[in-house]
Design a protein around this ligand. Structure first.
Ligand code: PRP
Ligand code: HPA
Ligand code: MG
Length: 176
């Protein structure tokens, strides 16, 4: 799909190559461990679907829903849990999968929330990070790409709920 106002940042081939590398590392690091891969909806849905297929382990999957951007390109600063995990994670190794760590507020909220449930370990895999906007430090163990201070859409990421179905990552021109 070619859209006016959206400039390609990473195309489908570049994303697939990076996702494959992340899957290989995760497969190696979690050998012999009971791993639950948790997708943060909605933004992570496409990355999550590709990533779990690149992990060669008998994993479980679960989802959390959060929202804080609404129709804006700036975080409201208030993170709302819109849906919770369907199973307990106590004693399990948990890998949280996000599309983007921007200010870091969503991830900080989720890490604090999930830590109270006493998982065996808790690590973050994010397709993107935006260092220029980071307000709270987050350790991203598995990172796809570090991106410039632009509002990005596609491959799951939205602006006002649109663009999620693009297969590539694009910059929404004029948004920042
Ligand atoms: O680091 P932050 O500044 O907190 O931003 C990152 C979060 O914002 C987006 O979610 P959003 O609230 O837009 O919900 P969505 O996943 O449904 O698009 C994105 O998917 C991350 O969850
Ligand atoms: O750059 C972004 N694009 C889409 N959603 C987002 N949520 C935080 N940052 C972004
Ligand atoms: Mg969003």
């Amino acid at each position: 799909m070619n859209l006016p106002g959206v400039k390609v940042l990473h195309d489908e081939a570049a994303i697939a190559a990076r996702v494959g590398e992340l899957g290989t590392r995760i497969t190696r690091d979690y050998q012999g461990k009971e791993l639950v891969v948790v997708g943060v909806l909605k933004g992570s849905f496409m990355f999550f679907a590709d990533l779990v297929r690149a992990i060669d382990l008998p994993i479980s999957i679960d989802f959390l829903g959060v929202a804080s951007y609404g129709g804006n390109t700036k975080s409201s600063g208030v993170v709302q849990l819109t849906s919770d995990l369907s199973h307990p994670i106590t004693g399990k190794h948990v890998l949280l999968v996000e599309d983007i760590v921007d200010t870091g507020l969503t991830m900080r909220y989720l890490l604090d929330n999930l830590a109270t449930r006493h998982p065996a370990s808790l690590a973050v895999c994010s397709l993107l990070e935006k260092p220029a906007r980071m307000r709270v430090p987050i350790e991203i163990v598995y990172l796809g790409f570090s991106i410039p201070d632009e509002f990005v859409v596609g491959y799951g990421l939205d602006h006002a709920q649109k663009y999620r179905n693009l297969g590539f990552l694009g910059i929404l021109e004029g948004a920042v």
